[in-house]
Design a protein around this ligand. Sequence first.
Ligand code: NAI
Length: 333
Amino acid sequence: MKKITVFRGDGIGPEIVSAVLQILDAAHVPLQYEIFDVGKNEYAKNGKLISDEAYASFDRNRILLKSPITTPIGHGFRSLNASLRIKYDLYANVRPAKSNPAVVTPYPDVYIVTVRENTEDVYAGVEERISDDEMHTIKIVTRMKSERIIRDAFNYARAHGRKKVTCVHKANIMKLTDGMFLDIFHDIGHGYPEIEKEDMIIDATCMNMVMHPERFDVVVTLNMYGDLLSDLTAGLIGGLGLLPSANLGRDYAMFEAVHGSAPDIAGKGIANPIAFLWSACMLLEHIGEDAIAANIRRAVDTVLLEGTFKTPDIGGSATTAQCTQAIISHLAD
Ligand code: NAI
């Protein structure tokens, strides 16, 4: 049986890991799990956010299902998420946001897939204290990393029958970094004549995505814009509880919900497990278990449409446990 590594983070992390592993077991997923606690609780116990054993497990298994980790703001350790993405070169962050008929929003026709560059831009971690009153962060954009993310976005569009790729940038201001990214987008785009190409400045994108989200299809962009825009897409479809993601590299892959550790609801038993479950479905599709993923996706759709077992973030009143059991009860044998 294939082994994967599971990181149980903090906040709602342990609750959604438990829910999702129950569903995967009930769906007879042919996987064995090596499960590790990571994050601030692990740090308090053992002085490390991620133990050497946990890293060694991911090194071996190359597939990681990761629940969210709390990151201190403005001080303390560097984001573990940013560190993992850079350490394992998980350069393509794919975030599909799709409207669901069971979750009513003003936007019933959204299906936007954000393909975010994950390893450079201002997240490369190059910051400098010039004086007590002046700090610098350096934005790094390289040709190689821009080419591979843009090519991946076009390949994703081609493989999934999508019609258009929009490149989001701010090349009017950042003429070198974003300017090069935009030039590369148009160069590579020539190789995909069947796909419509469009480029848009980030500020205009924010307005257009709110006013006409249905005009977006696949979006390829730099790290920071992708971070912000994909949360916007979560808002369009009804919240962060519904947005999964894959962080893909050439050798390693990590799957996680886009949301964080939600400390405001941790321990209350009301976290929505669906974004994390859909991330697990992306993992299953990545390793070729499409039929099992489809079974789980159908069960989730049934539970959402039926409505009784939705969690509070999407307008219901069910607990995580009730939602989990409802999904399990709708799995086909
Ligand atoms: P958050 O995503 O944790 O929460 C934002 C809001 O969405 C909260 O009201 C929360 O209750 C709600 N929410 C999020 N996920 C939910 C779910 N599954 N079910 C129901 N409601 C849900 O963002 P926030 O509060 O800004 O960040 C909390 C911590 O998480 C921070 O330390 C942040 O750095 C970290 N974080 C970690 C990420 C990761 O590990 N991948 C990603 C984003 C944030």
